[in-house]
Design a protein around this ligand. Sequence first.
Ligand code: XBP
Ligand code: MG
Length: 257
Amino acid sequence: MTELKALLFDVDGTLADTERDGHRVAFNHAFEEAGLDWRWDEALYGKLLAVTGGKERIRYYLAEFNRDFQMPENADEFVAGLHKSKTKHFTNMLREGKIPFRTGVKRLLEEAKAADLRMAVATTTTPENVSTLLEANLGVDWADWFEVIAAGDIVPNKKPAPDIYTWAMEQMNLRPVECLALEDSANGVKSAVAAEIPSIVVTVNGYTKDEDFTGASLIVSQFGDGDSASEVIRGSLDSGTMVTAQGLRALHAQGAA
Ligand code: XBP
Ligand code: MG
C-alpha cells in the first residue's frame, strides 16, 4: 500500500468561499471602472463558472451571453486589462479581510503540518490571488505552509485539464498515488481524476453542491470544526464530525494501491 505523502489543495471554493461575494463582485467593479454596462449577477455567474480562469470566463461570457459586444482590435490586451483590474479589486477585498478561510481549513492545515504531510496549492486562479489570500489568513509566514503554489497561467490548460495537478506533483517529485486532492467543483475533480490522483475529497459550496463529482472518494458540506460538524454527502468519514489529517490518511489507504 502506498503511503499518503501530500495534500494538494484547490483554492477557490475549497480554502475559501471566494466566488459569489469575491471574484464576481471584483469582476463587476472592473467592468464598471472600464465603463462597460456588463453586470454578472449571482445566477449568471453560476453559469459562467462552467469555465475556469478569469480571462477565459470573460471570453466565454462574450461568446455565449453578450454576442453583440464589439470586441476591440487588441482583444487579448483588452481582456487582460479587464482581468488585471479585476484582480486588483479582488486582492483589495482579501487584504481587507473580507474573504476568510472556510470552516476547518486552518485546523486541517495545522493537523497536516503536524502529521508531516507535504502540502501544495493547485488552482486556476492567479498566483497573486493565492499569495494575498494566504497572507490574509495565515500571516506573513504563509509560504512556510505550502511547498508549491501551482496557479493560473503557469500551465497551458486550466482545469478540468490535469495540467495544474501534474505540474504540482512534478515540482514535488511525487507520484499521483502518493497524493490526495481537495476540491470543490466538478471541473476540479475532473482535473484531479485526469491527473490520476486516486484520492479526491470534495467540500461543496452554494455554486457546486449539485455538480457531478464522479471519481471523488468523499463529498462533504465542509471540513468541520469545533461544534460546526461536517456533513457527509457521499462516502464515509471515519473521523467523526470533521475531516482530519488522520481521516484523510485512512481514506487514502482505503483507495490507494
Ligand atoms: C477557480 C477559478 C478561477 C476563479 C477566478 O479556481 O476558476 O478562475 O474563479 O480567478 P480554483 P481568476 O477553483 O481552481 O481555485 O480570475 O484569477 O482566474
Ligand atoms: Mg475551486
